[in-house]
Write a protein that binds this ligand. Sequence first.
Ligand SMILES: *Cc1c(COP(=O)(O)O)cnc(C)c1O
Length: 384
Amino acid sequence: MKAERLKQLPPYLFVELDRAKRTLQEAGKDVIDLGVGDPDLPTPPSIVARLARAAEDPANHRYSFTEGIRELREAIARWYDRRFGVALDPQTEILPLLGSKEGIAHFPLAVANPGDAVLVPDPCYPPYRSGTVLAGAEVVPLPLLEENGFFPDLWAVSQKAARRAKVLFLNYPNNPTAAVASAEQLQEAVDFAKEFGSAVAHDAAYSELAFDGVRPMSFLQLPEAKAVGVEFHSLSKTYRMTGWRIGWVCGNAALVAALAQLKTNLDSGIFQAVQWAGIEALEGDQAPLQQAVATYQQRRDLLIDGLAKAGWQVPKPAATFYVWARIPTQEPSMAFASRVLETAHVVVTPGVGFGQAGEGYVRFSLTVPTDRIQEAVSRLAKAL
Ligand SMILES: *Cc1c(COP(=O)(O)O)cnc(C)c1O
């Protein structure tokens, strides 16, 4: 038995690739996985220690509230002020999430009606699309093209779709393209939302992972942004806490309240010990973050320089731990990824898995040590 709405979800395209990878591994082959977007570096020890301490306190053993502990919301507000100069009311403008994916996937259910349109970048992080489908709303894809810096051409959206749009999803620094948005680009989203009355949901999961001195901005730094939108954040990528499940949404109070109302019916908050560890992450020593950024930058350079030597020219991304590369042969991304897996035993993610406009590209994740990147590059050089 399966509900119709599940049948509407986009198919999981990587079944074949996953199977092929496992078959190779079971046969004892040394597979280098540049597919997964999950940091290989461990969570910094001070955060783990804070969790351990908090876990021993019986006050943290009971149900939390959907809105989380006040101390966490206040720490998030202080972090936003320090990092972006944006003032947030911890009471009404911040809501902790069980990882930002949870809030992102639920957001359309909280703010869009069946039949409404939701504008979803293509290619994109899959929950924007699946959350829209599960809410019974219609996905209107926004192609992200290289010639536009992987920012959507919002004025190319038909008037009809724009007027039906309840949500405009954006994500910068972007997964999978690694693009960083300028203030002018993000301002276009504010202007669009004001004109058509849609909400903007900006996913800033990678705001802290940027290179060469680049400091990605918050959508909420734009003067009118809070009137139209929210921003999703996560501790997962910044502090290597993907398994911990902690993130937040912040910005427009009415939108935050809608998601909070939905969530009181779905979950009972984040384990409080994890919330205390989250405070430690935001307010404790930031050296492990700086070290991680330096590590990703070094891996990025190794990969890009290595691919260039093999004749594959890929621009250096300024942020995220991904490299988005146009496939140098004429193969479709799925065929290319399969061939590279079979011949070089290297896993890359086919661009089409992130949406039709991702066809012709693959995504590399910089989540393996430098010696493995070097090995992957030399194998890829032979396979090309
Ligand atoms: C990894 C990622 C997230 C973070 O998800 P969590 O649920 O917070 O772990 C959010 N958005 C994008 C684009 C991501 O790649």
